[in-house]
Design a protein around this ligand. Sequence first.
Ligand code: OOB
Length: 520
Amino acid sequence: MSWPAEVAARYRAEGYWLDRTLDHWVAEPAYPGKTALVSGEHRISYRELAGHVAELASGLLAAGLRRGDRILVQLPNRWEFVAVLLACLRTGIAPVLALPAHRDNELAYLARHTGARMIVVPGTWRGFDHAAMATRIAGALEWPCRVAVCEDGPPDWLRAPAGPTERPDPDDVAFFLLSGGTTGTPKLIGRTHNDYDCHIRHTAPLAGIGPDTVYLAVLPAAHNFPLCPGILGTLAAGGTVVLAPSPEPAAAFALMAREHVTTTSVVPAVARRWVDAATASGPPAPALRLVQVGGSMLEPDLARALPVALGCRLQQVLGMAEGLICYTRLDDPEELVTGTQGRPVCPADEVRVVDDGDVDVPEGEIGELLTRGPYTTRGYFGAPEHNARAFTADGWYRTGDLVRRLPSGHLVVAGRRKDLINRAGEKVSAEEVEQLALDLLDLTAAAAVPLPDPAVGERVCLVVVPRGAAPALAEIRAAFLAHGVAHYKVPEQVEVLDALPLTAVGKVDKKLLRAGLVPS
Ligand code: OOB
């Protein structure tokens, strides 16, 4: 699914799509000797980065991959992530950006669904053997799929002497992001060079990104939030990207002070820990100018406390891997910065707020946010049935978010219609957890619902109707983990009922379930 020809023509004519590839700056960087990446003890200049990218691009081709092929990339925040991503951008091989937290359950599905021809992983990371997992998954596929293990750099066989490569078309998919989905299986969003380049050009200036930016990538780099403008926007502008292995305050603050970090992006759960730590020990880094916060609801008290504790400005971000991004502006009055989730970043972003019948609600009233625009996808990869529900016939994406629009255009998130649990910014599909519970446990029914949690915002509560003896939480967790389910999706509380409450139309009444639950 892509933009209709007349819409694409308009985006080109109006300068939203420039018909260039996302790696346009790599081959001839503006500041070749300057540090592009800081990763552990590695400091990599733009010139060195260009060398790595050229060798990896040739290596991917020498391994038999071609433009249009798909590979899985599961790398933590290390320089190899950036180098492999840029090599893919050069060759038109589309990486599926998996999270380091994903396990067999998620990666095996992604490999199969995308026909992946290579899996790129770290060796052992945080005590988990990613190389063994990737080998298991690749071995179970009916087609050849190589495993590239990056241990202090990509493997030697993935490097070949730099040479000419076929260049992708700017309308090709640059990479696949995972949706914060609501369906039983994760959905993939193919972001094109043209759309993502537009996205970067419209966010970077609003976050003050320039050659003097030192950006700390502290959220998993495979997420849209740290990629744009974050990693890709900072590199395109000639700044420096510092890759942080963890958002843990002591380590992150030390890195911020040492590298004179100016800008970063975090989810509210991380913001809360940073504000608590900085309130005790003082602002982490004098150079810090801006902290972007998004991914889940930011409480107004935390929004007010953050600039004081961290000694910088706050920018609220309402974003989604599907496209639309809203920012509060650097010159917005304080009440908009603390009390709203910003307004769309691009003049061509279209926004509607509608009721159940898709009729626009009056300004200021709550409704579902629909959106369309030059960097908002028109459909998920290989999911025609889901696309028919998630998009209107004329291309609007149904975000599932309930919002109110102010006269200034700023949006205030008021809740959501979609059935997911937003755990510290990681989206967990209720349907996926329910299906796993039914498959792995002896149950007649299961419902996954969010429970308020002071540390992560919402956690996964599983309500079960057992067939026989009620399973204990430990048993449920063990079954999920043994099946290779990512840790953040594993239920953290269990409630046992004789039957699930139903609505008048016979659906599970999740509102009633949520209301009756007490966090333990
Ligand atoms: C970001 O992207 P996703 O794809 O993981 O999740 C999107 C969903 C939104 O539809 C909304 O439900 C929620 O996450 N969300 C927020 C929010 N920002 C995102 N809910 C409340 N307040 C906010 N500020 O989460 C994402 C992508 C790019 C930038 C920032 C966040």
